[in-house]
Design a protein around this ligand. Structure first.
Ligand code: GAP
Length: 492
């Protein structure tokens, strides 16, 4: 575990050092669970989003895009159930005032327990306390009531050997476990009092449901079809750590895929979506298959309105964690909004000619979490270098151009010409600082797939040396062939 944690620390350090991710509000001491993206992080984020949009929206005739507002009417979130139920169980340490998610506290403790002690406890509690023994067996406490969580916490704190204490200060002085709503309220200026209360959206999905009628009336869509949206969402998360894995502001890519359950069987459709997501992550983002898996939610974990939910999980340095959720949400959301708004949200299915409220399958992913996965998956330490083997499709820079020597104006001029040739076609870096070895190292650490060096021979033969990031092999290519060379590489 120490070794794995170490890898995460190294990735976080590289991300800061090379301009991928900076801690939020850093010069004022930082703000928990917020981050900013530096020059190369911004490019990477944008490339991932563009690829998602191209693959899931522009590349499909059955999906259209949407860009709904971030600040939204409080009635949306009352109807969707978020105001009443979008909450985490939270606990405070009275001694050091650390606040944490109670489910994470208990699950992390159980995960780290000695396996013999764990088995002894399971046999001792077995039938006497079902929730407790199930939590011990599965390592999961999701879906349990506050009372059950409190009971599990008390049992673990009462253990004579290695009792549950605050991971921050080591004391056993807990508040009661309470619900903590994740929505961020905003007070709008135009209207006084409660009526002027809105929320920053807690998911982009609701923007899709409330615009369902608009999209149906203003486009030529017909069932089955999807509406996709990329954008920021906000959750008052209290768990810190693991970089951008869990933040209070993040971007998501969500699709609501509407269908008539009488005309389209949901199980094959669900499988199609699993395949599309797998294909995107492995072939488009270039992630290693061995680091991915699907995990189905158990009944307690799944939202009450969902018939099936599966998470694609990625093996982060801190363990397998949710990357992408796929949920069959039935007609829950449209029903809620239809009832709360009193608007007709039905649509005629062209196959059955019946007016129905469609069901949805929802693939939802955090773009920032995809970025963290890309960094973790690409991070490789070799004997003399650290390299990010990011898929060229999404690498921040595709090419870097160097003059062999910075103090030779004729080489610098020629390298600038090569930069001017390449930069309209590909995101291209130019570097004439330090020696060539250092320049390679810095491009390796930001994942630039190819470096082009202009040397003295270039002045005679109009050729340059291309060095491949992954193999470090070099080859000579004519300047006039460069655009074709990289275009072909990026397509393969
Ligand atoms: N509309 C469904 C929905 O919002 P979710 O599982 O809560 O589902 C979707 O979120 C995805 O967003 C997750 O699979 C994860 O990738 C990402 N995500 C969720 N909470 C996050 C957070 N606090 N920070 C970063 N990414 C988050």
């Amino acid at each position: 575990m120490a070794e794995k944690a170490n890898v995460m620390d190294k990735i976080v350090a590289l991300a800061k050092r090379r301009g991928f991710i900076y801690p939020g509000s850093e010069i004022y001491g930082g703000l928990a669970n917020t981050y900013d993206y530096g020059p190369v992080g911004t490019e990477l984020l944008r490339n991932i989003k563009n690829l998602w949009w191209k693959y899931f929206v522009q590349g499909r005739s059955d999906i259209v895009g949407l860009d709904s507002g971030i600040i939204s009417h409080h009635k949306i979130w009352e109807a969707s159930g978020h105001v009443a139920g979008f909450a985490d169980a939270m606990i405070d340490c009275r001694h050091c005032k650390a606040r944490m998610r109670a489910d994470h506290l208990l699950e992390n403790y159980i995960e780290a327990m000695d396996k013999n002690a764990l088995n002894e406890l399971i046999s001792a509690y077995g039938v006497k306390n079902r929730d407790f023994s199930k939590a011990l067996k599965t390592g999961k406490v999701e879906g349990l009531s506050l009372e059950s969580l409190e009971n599990i916490r008390a049992n673990l704190s009462n253990l004579s050997h290695n009792p549950l204490v605050c991971p921050n200060c080591g004391e056993d002085d807990w508040t009661k476990i309470k619900k903590f709503n994740l929505l961020f309220p905003v007070q709008l200026g135009i209207v006084e009092g409660e009526q002027g209360m809105g929320y920053l959206r807690g998911e982009t999905a609701q923007g899709i449901f409330i615009n369902f009628r608009n999209v149906v009336d203003s486009t030529r869509v017909r069932l089955p079809f999807g509406i996709g949206q990329l954008g920021k969402m906000f959750r008052n998360e209290i768990t810190a750590g693991n970089s951008v894995f869990r933040t209070i502001e993040f971007e998501a890519g969500e699709i609501e895929y509407f269908f008539d359950p009488e005309a389209t069987e949901w199980k094959p459709l669900f499988e199609e979506w699993k395949n599309a997501i797998w294909d995107f992550v492995t072939k488009q983002l270039g992630i290693q298959q061995s680091n991915l898996r699907w995990r189905e939610h158990e009944d307690e974990e799944r939202s009450f309105y969902s018939k099936r939910t599966e998470d694609m999980e990625y093996k982060f340095p801190f363990g397998f964690k949710e990357l992408w959720g796929l949920a069959y949400r039935t007609d829950y959301d449209l029903t809620q909004h239809k009832e709360a708004s009193k608007k007709d949200l039905t649509i005629t299915d062209p196959q059955t000619q019946k007016k129905i409220l469609p069901h949805v399958i929802e693939p939802a992913v955090g773009i920032n979490r995809l970025l963290l996965m890309v960094l973790a998956d690409a991070y490789v330490e070799e004997e003399n270098r650290t390299v990010l083997k990011i898929s060229p499709k999404i690498a921040p820079y595709k090419v870097a151009v160097f003059p062999l020597l910075a103090n030779k104006p004729e080489l610098v001029k020629k390298a600038q010409d090569v930069f001017k040739l390449l930069s309209p076609e590909f995101m291209t870096a130019f570097d004439d600082r330090g020696n060539i070895g250092k320049r390679y190292l810095s491009q390796d650490e930001i994942g630039t797939p190819w470096c082009v060096t202009v040397d003295f021979d270039t002045l005679n033969d109009e050729s340059v040396t291309i060095r491949d990031r992954d193999t470090t092999q070099q080859e000579r290519v004519k300047i006039t062939d460069l655009v074709g060379y990289f275009t072909q590489k990026l397509q393969s």
